[in-house]
Design a protein around this ligand. Structure first.
Ligand SMILES: Cc1cc2nc3c(=O)[nH]c(=O)nc-3n(C[C@H](O)[C@H](O)[C@H](O)COP(=O)(O)OP(=O)(O)OC[C@H]3O[C@@H](n4cnc5c(N)ncnc54)[C@H](O)[C@@H]3O)c2cc1C
Length: 405
């Protein structure tokens, strides 16, 4: 694997950096993006920001040009994500559409579906959510029970989804529903696009540990989904879903840059409050640095595979496992460095970061669950990378699980 960027890639990096210096709604390299009192205000601001990035040609760079992309490769996509994070730009508000729905529609959707949805995903005119998990189907996703019944001109969908991030802001949702109850578990599922404003769709926000309500329960009561919102063939949804799931992991350039920035801030804090003189904490900071560099190598291995036309493969599980465990250890170190301020929250007086470190610690506790839990990633690595024998439970679960690629 050759890790050195080509001249064209270096030019590309300079171009996006120059664009960001010119167009960021805050000063490049100075301070942080604005913070908002409510999630509604934040989402509105981020929609405008994504629209402006799309206008500059920096969203969906790997998409075909007919949908506003540049037909670029995975390395360029990686560069854009790195540069956005370096400029301290928040994560793209339309990320579920961009990272999960769009690649699935590009790979499996009809021409009409691509024309209808892709451009609006890029510009954040439409936001999307992922209606996969259910109260009884997470790791073992194929055991889902939401039903899609065939009627004239479409499907009637009934069921409950859960942990649906950003459903309260979404215009569309990619949904898995059981369309043939008599078929075996993986065979009778269809992949439907739900209009989140359709009658019968009810979204109830769930408050997380951080106090925010980013994810939701979604109830689907007799929701009519027209035939032209089925992706792929009827009952072939499991195959289509796997193309969505394989995009949940792979590379994570954003987390790479963010952790390096957080580490720099933590070093400053440790010097200010004297904890840098504590040998144990100094060791933990050095370890954090080494781990971030190792994470970079995991990322580069994935980019190298993608650039050769391969998918991230089961090794993508190692990347997901590594960054989530690394993030948790990193935030434990941050709490140790905050010392007596660690239990404080926003507005609590002498609290470096005014609650941002504590919020971040709470947020990253979920990282070992989303995009497939870490136990499942370990099973995948054990069985498919290391070739260890399958245990009877993990074997059957994984075959049907969220992580089957
Ligand atoms: C912040 C966040 C956002 C999310 N957003 C979305 C979203 O937008 N859309 C969506 O569809 N889903 C979303 N999810 C759901 C996520 O994909 C699931 O939480 C995940 O797949 C695990 O499923 P579960 O929560 O049902 O846990 P379960 O599958 O019930 O697992 C419970 C525990 O048992 C362990 N376990 C299960 N099976 C095995 C096994 N075979 N071997 C060993 N251990 C096992 C798991 O590791 C876990 O620790 C989100 C989750 C989080 C935390």
């Amino acid at each position: 694997m050759d890790l050195s960027p080509t001249t064209a890639q270096e030019t590309f990096r300079s171009e996006i950096r120059a664009w960001l210096v010119e167009n960021l709604p805050w000063e490049y390299g100075q301070g942080l993006p604005p913070r908002f009192e409510t999630l509604d205000e934040e989402v509105m601001f981020l929609r405008q920001w994504q629209a402006s990035l799309a206008q500059g040609g920096w969203v969906g760079v790997a998409w075909p040009s007919q949908f506003g992309g540049r037909g670029a490769g995975p390395a360029e996509h990686f560069i854009v994500q790195e540069e956005l994070a370096r400029a301290r730009a928040p994560e793209m508000v339309g990320r579920i559409g961009l990272n999960l729905a769009a690649p699935t529609i590009l790979a499996n959707g009809s021409n009409e579906q691509q024309e209808r949805w892709l451009s609006r995903i890029r510009t954040a005119e439409d936001l999307w959510c992922q209606l996969f998990s259910e109260p009884g189907a997470g790791s073992d996703l194929a055991s889902l029970t939401t039903r899609a019944q065939k009627v004239d001109g479409g499907w009637i969908v009934n069921g409950q989804k859960v942990w649906t991030s950003y459903a309260q802001f979404a215009d569309w949702g990619v949904c898995l529903a059981r369309s043939d109850p008599d078929a075996t578990k993986h065979k009778g599922i269809s992949y439907l696009i739900i209009d989140m404003h359709a009658p019968g769709v009810e979204v109830r926000p769930l408050v997380q540990l951080t106090g925010d309500a980013e994810f939701n329960e979604v109830f689907l009561n007799d929701v009519f989904v027209p035939d032209d919102q089925l992706v792929g063939d009827p009952h072939d949804g499991w195959r289509v879903a796997n193309s969505t799931l394989s995009h949940e992991r792979g590379t994570n350039p954003r987390q790479l840059v963010i952790h390096m920035q957080l580490l720099e801030e933590l070093l400053r804090l440790a010097e200010e409050n004297g904890t840098f003189n504590d040998t144990r904490l100094r060791g933990a900071l050095a370890e954090a640095y080494v781990e971030i560099r190792l994470f970079q190598l995991h990322n580069l291995r994935s980019v190298s595979r993608l650039s050769r036309g391969l998918d991230p493969g089961p090794e993508g599980s190692a990347l997901k496992l590594y960054w989530s465990e690394m993030s948790k250890r990193f935030h434990d170190t941050a709490m140790a460095i905050l010392g007596e301020a660690a239990p404080l929250w926003k507005g609590a007086g002498s609290n470096p970061g005014d609650g941002q470190w504590q919020r971040s610690w709470l947020y990253y506790q979920a990282s070992s669950l989303w995009a497939g839990s870490n136990e499942i990633q370990r099973n995948v690595i054990g069985e498919r990378v290391l070739g260890l024998p399958r245990s009877s439970r993990s074997g059957s679960e994984q075959k049907s699980g969220r992580n089957k690629e």
